[in-house]
Design a binder for this molecule. Structure first.
Ligand SMILES: [Zn+2]
Length: 102
């Protein structure tokens, strides 16, 4: 098992997990439910992490995560409602569920 990706925003982690699994790669998330424990542990320790079960899938999963990151950086959008920055792939604001402006 190998670590592929980690981010403090678990919506982004979930999105990248979906992209990797869409390629038929089995993954699991560590620290998925530790967000509420922040303050007790250091923030970086509680970031959700995507892991692959099979080390042979690691390179491909990494490439997918990297590509997704580049796509994200290319076209983030800012919510009209709460001014939160959102991943380009999100149709709704992760913060307030306001719809992406067209
Ligand atoms: Zn919003």
């Amino acid at each position: 098992m190998k670590l592929v990706y980690s981010h403090d925003n678990h919506f982004i982690v979930g999105n990248i997990k979906n992209l990797i699994e869409a390629q038929g790669i089995k993954t699991f998330i560590k620290n998925e439910f530790t967000q509420g424990a922040m303050g007790e542990t250091s923030a970086i320790d509680s970031w959700p992490e995507i892991w692959v079960f099979d080390d042979n899938d690691h390179q491909q999963a990494l490439a997918i995560a990297t590509q997704a990151q580049q796509d994200t950086q290319a076209a983030d959008w800012v919510c009209d409602c709460c001014n939160e920055s959102n991943d380009a792939s999100f149709d709704f604001c992760w913060q307030c569920q306001h719809a992406k402006p067209s």
